[in-house]
Design a protein. Structure first.
Length: 427
RNA sequence: GGAGGGUUGGCAGAGCGGUAAUGCAGCGGCUUGCUAAGCCGUGACGGUUAAUUGCCGUCCACAGGUUCGAAUCCUGUACCCUCCGCCA
């Protein structure tokens, strides 16, 4: 959420952000400003009447009970007037608040303007994509022949996009997640096991609602299942006032993620690439309200994710996302795309964003700076590792010509095998 | 699921129909050679304003209600604690 006074003083900039983020259909800045003006006008009327009522009440309390009736009658009249304006004020405030929730943040200056993913810029590529001479299998073929993946029974039990990981596959998934957690512990982040069921206000607070409501599973008590641990992690300090000396706050968590993938019908329907349920280690950082510092952390968090991929020796590239392909609340975003040999393409495995105070205003997370002033923290988040998608990348990149898959060096300490061999019998 | 208690400013903690004590911390200032000291000021949010140490309004978990007036009385909701029941 932006500050209404910022919007009013920078209305052209804000309008440009709405336009560049392709959100022109969801919010009108002119209408927002007009509503706020109306709200202020009513607020003044209400406050004048409240002041009058307070004055009368005060005089009543100073007069002997038997002499109060005239004053009480006068106060009762004011009360009626006040109620009228208060009603209008509340109505207007509701409209205003709702409009405010749809205003996106303003992208950083170095974010390319673009309509969709075609406007994204490749920042750099790491690792060699020149694999071995044989034709690589995709992760589904590998998973089935190695008996580590069962999609048929996954669909039987879980429905469309359901899956079972099995044997070494299930173990290797845990190995990747453990590897990712250990990496973040070394970096000094605090590990949290987080709520997976979360109240709607925190989806709004992190900026997933109202835009992404359709992509979340709602529960009968109106809570929803998280699509990422970011929601719980970023909300952790909501409503609280931190001390500048505690910042930056570095958190990470491992959780399942639930996504309806409502806008992705027919996309990536094969295998364990796009799922309704997966596991993810996520990093969240809260910093002081300083653009340079938050940008430094943005790069640093990117490097943590890159170190995961470098450690796994997976080829990847860094993408700077354009205005049309980033979230409403995001100020700047990098995606990491990992190489999938069977697709001959890089595919998204990580997403690294910073928000300035967009989330902290919605969540009301402030800190007292060294001069005693209260400010909103700046928030950031990035993937550390998401499985099974990253597992699929490992399987494809580590396959051998005989159909076996070698365990990456860094994962060996987490499993009791060095190689996954094809099984003769498929059950 | 049942019974009871609770939720007040960063923290602690009074107030229980007349408009938020006090202590600690933080921040600002003053004083002082005995100093892990003393004194003074300082809650948050919003409006007004060129800007305010000014003025006005709001805030005692949240949402309603009663009243001239609500932290205080009533209703509902959320969360926390204790006990019982059930249970991985």
């Amino acid at each position: 959420m932006l500050d209404i006074n910022f919007i009013k003083n920078n209305s052209e900039l804000t309008k440009k952000a709405v336009e560049n983020k392709q959100l022109g259909k969801t919010v009108s800045i002119d209408k927002l400003i007009e509503t706020h003006d109306r709200y202020l006008d009513l607020l003044k009327k209400v406050e004048i009447h409240r002041a009058l009522r307070n004055k009368l009440s005060e005089s009543i309390s100073k007069v002997a009970p038997q002499d109060r009736s005239d004053l009480i009658n006068e106060a009762t009249a004011v009360k009626g007037e006040l109620a009228k304006y208060e009603h209008e004020l509340v109505e207007t405030k509701i409209v205003f608040d709702r409009l405010m929730l749809w205003v996106p943040s303003v992208p950083a200056e170095d974010v390319p303007v673009g309509i969709d993913e075609s406007g994204n810029k490749v920042v750099r590529e790491e690792g060699s994509i020149n694999g071995p001479a044989f034709k690589p299998k995709d992760h589904v073929d590998l998973g089935v022949s190695l008996d580590i993946l069962d999609l048929e029974r996954g669909a039987k039990i879980g429905g469309f996009r359901g899956y079972f990981l099995k044997n070494e596959g299930a173990q290797l998934e845990q190995a990747i997640l453990r590897y990712a957690c250990d990496m973040m512990l070394v970096e000094g982040y605090t590990m949290l096991s987080v709520p997976w069921i979360v109240k709607p206000e925190f989806f709004t607070g992190t900026g997933y609602f109202p835009w992404g409501e359709d992509d979340h599973y709602r529960l009968e008590d109106d809570k929803a299942l998280i699509g990422t641990a970011e929601v719980s992690l970023t909300s952790y300090y909501s409503g609280e006032i931190l001390n500048e000396s505690e910042l930056p706050m570095r958190l990470f968590g491992l959780s399942p993620c639930f996504r309806k993938e409502i806008g992705a019908y027919g996309k990536d329907t094969k295998g364990i690439f796009r799922l309704h349920q997966f596991n993810k280690v996520e990093q969240v950082v809260l910093t002081t309200a300083n653009e340079e510092i938050t940008r430094e952390w943005h790069e640093k968090m990117l490097s943590h994710a890159e170190n995961i991929l470098k450690g796994l020796k997976l080829p990847y590239r860094v993408l700077l996302m354009c205005t049309g392909d980033m979230g409403a609340g995001q100020v700047k975003k990098y995606d990491l795309e990992t190489w999938f040999p069977s697709q001959g393409n890089y595919r998204e495995t990580h997403s690294d964003s910073y928000f300035r105070d967009f989330q902290s205003r919605r969540l009301n997370i402030r800190y007292r700076d060294f001069s005693g002033e209260l400010k909103y923290v700046y928030t950031l988040n990035n993937t550390v590792a998401a499985t099974p998608r990253l597992l699929a990348a490992v399987l494809e990149n580590y396959q051998n010509v005989d159909g076996s898959v070698t365990v990456p060096e860094v994962l060996k300490k987490y499993v009791s095998f060095d190689k996954i061999l094809p099984k003769q019998k498929i059950i």
